[in-house]
Every structure is written in C-alpha cells, then in structure tokens.
Design a protein around this ligand. Structure first.
Ligand SMILES: CC/C=C\C/C=C\C/C=C\CC/C=C/CC(=O)SCCNC(=O)CCNC(=O)[C@H](O)C(C)(C)COP(=O)(O)OP(=O)(O)OC[C@H]1O[C@@H](n2cnc3c(N)ncnc32)[C@H](O)[C@@H]1OP(=O)(O)O
Length: 294
C-alpha cells in the first residue's frame, strides 16, 4: 500500500509513476499543472496545490482541475485527509476568474458555473478531512474554497504592511454571492457577522478573521503549509465514518438543497451575468484591476 511502503518524502504523481506506484489517474501534466497533487508517504496526507499564476483565479479549467484532483485523492481508500494550498506567494485564490464573466459564451458560462458548483459538492461534501492552508488573499470564491474545508489555517498579519485578506466581498463589486455560498458563511461565522460581512462586502485581515471564527488559526507565513499538514494528520486519525457523519450533520441539507436547485441556480447565474448592467460592472471591474497594474 502506498502509505505503508514509501519512506518520508513527498511524491508528485509523475514521480509516483516512475516509482511504479499505481496512481494512474492523478491529474498531472494534462491539466498543465493548474493544480499539483502530492502525497506524504508516511502520513497519507494529500496536498492539492493550486498553481495557476498570477492569482489562482477560478477559470472553467481550474475548477475542473480542482475537482479532478479531489476525486482522484478520494479514490485512494488509504488517504483520509487533504490540505488545499497555493503555490503562489501572497495569494490563496482570487476567486472566480472574472474574464469568464465578461462577454461570455453562454454554453461556456453554463459549464463554468456548473464546474464551480461541483467544487462545492466535492470539497464541502468530501469524505476526506480537509484543511485549508491560506498563505495569502482569499476573496469571494477564494473564501468559498476555504469555507468548504473543515479547518482553516491562515498566514498571520502581524508585522505585515499589506496583510492578506479573506471574505465574501461580492457586494462591493455590485454582485451578490449565491445563496449556497451565503449560507456557508452564515453556518461558519454566525448570522450577525455574516450579515455584516455580506452587506458591506468586507474583506477581513487575518486577526479579524480569527476573531469572528472565519479562520481557526494564524501562523507565520513559513509555517502555514507544515502546520496545515500536521493538522491534517490529526484529523486523519479520527474514525473516518464517525467524522464524516458528523460533518454531514451540518452540511447535508445544504448540499441536498443545491443538488435539487442546481439547474435553477445556474439559470439564474447565467441571466444575471449576461444582463447589460452586470456586464457594465464586470467591464469596469476588469479595467480597475488592470489600471491597478499600470
Ligand atoms: C440577487 C442575486 C442573487 C444571486 C446572484 C447569483 C449570481 C451572481 C453573479 C455572480 C456570482 C457571484 C460570485 C462571485 C464570486 C467571485 O469570486 S467574484 C471575483 C472576486 N475576486 C476579486 O474581487 C479579487 C480581485 N483581485 C484582487 O483583489 C487582487 O488581484 C488580489 C488581492 C487577489 C491579488 O493582488 P495582487 O497580488 O496585487 O495581484 P494583481 O491585482 O496585480 O493581479 C494580478 C493579475 O491577476 C488579474 N486578476 C486578479 N484577480 C483576478 C480575477 N479574480 N479574475 C481574473 N483576473 C484576475 C489582474 O487583473 C492582474 O492581471 P494583469 O497582470 O494586469 O494582466
């Protein structure tokens, strides 16, 4: 068995293949390494690292690559826990790829939202214990990725001139988070903090995020990944069936609701985004992002 036979080293899938291990289906070069999957041979902890420069924004392909990676890790029965991380310094995930929303092709837009919903099903509903290693900004759908995990470890803001931020800031952009994402927020930080955060489109610095329960721990930047992996070991030792049943106590009704209204949610999203007013907002926002650069 993989976990039993490997010495303490991290394996990328390509390496695993060269070692003759049966990890055939792991997402690898075929996704241009949008995500990298590694497994610690001693602990059995898998790490999925988002790797789409410059900001890990969630394009259709990125959403699909994340889902593929989660499914492939889940298909390994000896793996009980997963860390979701970023390879990019300073950014966990910048949320939806806004270019997907700009003058979209309707078919691609439908597929795009479907693939984003799929991450919610696969990560929020995963049988694995999931730990987010948030070593940078996590706005909007980046925050959703973190909320979909079981435990969140964020880089501390102490001493940083430009601390990372996390939150559902959609309102500030003139758009509204979908209800299932809003409920994830409410379920995590409570009604009042979620109301404030959603209404004002707040992005929280790490210390504020810890204070309202949006993240569970803060650590120095260089410790985020190792601390997340250590936490994943702890979670992986909890009896798996009991752990999953406990997770589902809180999440099953939410997951079932989106499953039942998935098409409606997608139809609403498509009509919202293709509306002229939304397109103006998106156009302006894209310009503001590129102006920031110049
Ligand atoms: C009643 C209604 C009910 C229901 C509604 C239903 C549907 C509603 C419709 C919409 C869905 C709502 C859900 C939305 C969720 C989202 O995720 S929206 C996306 C929100 N994301 C952001 O606002 C983040 C924007 N980015 C940043 O703030 C910064 O980039 C960040 C802090 C992450 C990093 O900063 P920094 O390191 O300085 O990098 P730069 O800003 O310089 O960016 C580098 C390049 O990356 C490009 N970029 C940044 N973010 C995105 C992005 N999200 N998508 C695409 N591209 C992005 C940026 O333009 C730079 O590109 P350049 O180098 O200039 O080419």
């Amino acid at each position: 068995m993989l976990v039993a036979t490997l010495s303490k080293r991290l394996l990328r899938v390509g390496q695993a293949k060269r070692c003759g291990l049966s990890l055939r289906s792991f997402s690898d070069a075929k996704d241009k390494d949008l995500v990298l999957t590694s497994i610690d041979g001693d602990t059995g902890v898998a790490t999925i690292t988002m790797n789409q420069a410059p900001v890990n924004s969630l394009s259709l392909e990125m959403c699909q690559a994340i889902t593929t990676a989660i499914k492939e890790v889940e298909s390994q029965p000896e793996i009980q826990s997963l860390v979701l991380a970023s390879s990019l310094p300073g950014v966990f995930c910048a949320g939806l790829d806004i270019t997907e929303l700009h003058k979209p092709d309707e078919k691609r837009l439908t597929d795009f939202w479907h693939s984003f919903q799929q991450i919610y099903f696969d990560l929020y509903g995963s049988r694995l214990a999931t730990i987010a290693a948030i070593a940078g900004h996590a706005p909007a759908a980046g925050c959703m990725l973190a909320l979909s995990c079981d435990y969140r470890i964020m880089v501390s803001g102490a001493g940083s001139k430009k601390p990372s931020t996390i939150g559902l800031n959609e309102t500030k952009l003139g758009i509204v988070a979908p209800s299932w994402l809003g409920y994830q927020y409410i379920d995590t930080i409570g009604q009042r903090q979620a109301e404030l955060g959603l209404s004002l489109g707040l992005l929280h610095q790490p210390e504020q995020a810890l204070a309202i329960g949006l993240v569970d721990e803060l650590v120095p930047r260089e410790e985020v990944l190792s601390r997340a992996q250590a936490e994943a070991v702890k979670w992986g030792k909890i009896p798996a069936k009991a752990r999953l049943a406990s997770k589902m106590l809180a999440r099953k009704a939410r997951l079932d609701h989106l499953a039942a209204t998935r098409k409606e949610d997608n139809d609403f999203f498509r009509s919202f985004v293709t509306n002229e007013t939304a397109q103006k907002i998106i156009d302006g926002y894209l310009q503001s992002l590129s102006k920031k650069k110049s």
